[in-house]
Unconditional design. Structure first.
Length: 351
């Protein structure tokens, strides 16, 4: 995995976001607010925030069932933790690659790397759908400011762009699932003229990816994935709410739903590992829409970001070291220059 210009751009943007987040902030007030914070509630918010990751591992099982039925939780959990850790400490969203690679190795060949990676497309798609639905629900709350703007854009325009992106991605994925032959024919017609040496390898990858998207065909699996996704984001919003109370912010559960949606939209931008900068700025802006003073909003963003970032980073880091993964090996598989991950003798577990 190379740092490249995207990593550099991400760090520059994060620095800019941090500047905007901390501009005009009286840090003496922030320090005083942190000192007065309810430590018990803050720790509870950390436990709740960390609890979303086991839910993410559980949700992964029905997504993968068409490829490898009934994978044990012990196989799904370590790659999930490692992927979240990697997003927190490595550049250019390396967590998705780490997670897919870790699963392919832990599943001992039952889930090829392209199919594992494709399953994460479904994973993120369900995230986007549910986060937007919850966010829109929060915007129907009478307490929501009717003319709210974020960074100069109206919430209605941001919502429309989000819906258009989801519809576009969902349409493309369903095209792969429902019309795989046509998608393959189109791919072969294009690649045969541009890079014929890649035709066979790409064809195998598309077939694997299509298999990874099979959950979209089955209503039962679709409902299971949607249900676990809903539980995941409701728990995350509850963690937001508990952290509000920990630092003395009297904001509603609707504000937590709206704020997590707002942050989820903007973390798609290039940025430094761990989403530092974007999280703090959007915490300040989002809570500001509800009339929360800037110093209180930044206090929440700093405190909650740290206590939610630390546990999963430590857990994922332990698994990463314990399983002996190598960033160089992951990078070779990403670039197509290496073989599929070899089965790991340490990747065992039970449901």
């Amino acid at each position: 995995m190379k740092f490249g210009w995207r990593g550099a751009l991400g760090i520059l943007l994060s620095v800019g976001f941090l500047y905007l987040a901390f501009r005009h902030i009286e840090f003496a007030k922030v320090v005083a607010n942190i000192r007065k914070a309810n430590l018990g509630l803050l720790l509870l918010s950390a436990v709740l925030a960390t609890g979303i990751f086991p839910l993410r591992a559980i949700r992964w099982r029905p997504i993968l069932d068409p490829i490898a039925p009934n994978l044990p939780f012990g196989v799904l959990w370590p790659p999930t933790a490692m992927g979240m850790m990697a997003n927190n400490v490595f550049p250019v969203r390396a967590g998705e690659l780490v997670r897919a690679f870790g699963l392919s190795r832990a599943a001992k060949g039952a889930v090829p790397f392209p199919a594992a990676f494709a399953s994460l497309v479904v994973d993120r798609l369900f995230d986007a759908i549910v986060v937007f639905l919850l966010m829109f629900g929060a915007m129907l709350d009478p307490a929501f400011p009717p003319r709210a703007q974020v960074l100069g854009y109206s919430m209605s325009s941001i919502a429309l762009v989000g819906v258009a992106l989801i519809v576009g991605v969902l349409g493309a994925l369903y095209a792969m699932v429902l019309f795989p032959t046509r998608v393959l024919a189109l791919y072969e017609a294009v690649v045969r003229r541009i890079a014929p040496k890649l035709e066979e390898k790409g064809r195998s990858a598309i077939i694997a990816i299509t298999n990874g998207l099979s959950v979209l065909r089955a209503p039962g699996r679709f409902a299971a994935v949607f249900g676990w996704t809903l539980a995941h984001w409701l728990l995350n919003a509850l963690a937001f709410l508990v952290a509000f109370r920990a630092v003395g912010i009297d904001a509603s559960f609707g504000a937590a739903l709206f704020l997590q949606g707002l942050i989820a939209i903007f973390v798609a931008l290039p940025q430094a590992p761990g989403f530092f900068g974007v999280f703090e700025l959007l915490g300040k802006v989002g809570l500001g829409l509800y009339g929360i003073p800037e110093d209180a909003a930044v206090t929440w963003a700093i405190a909650f970001h740290f206590v939610s970032w630390l546990p999963i980073t430590l857990i994922g880091g332990w698994y990463f070291i314990h399983t002996g993964l190598s960033l160089a090996e992951i990078g070779r598989v990403e670039e197509g220059g290496g073989d599929e991950p070899e089965p790991s003798s340490t990747a065992t577990g039970s449901r």
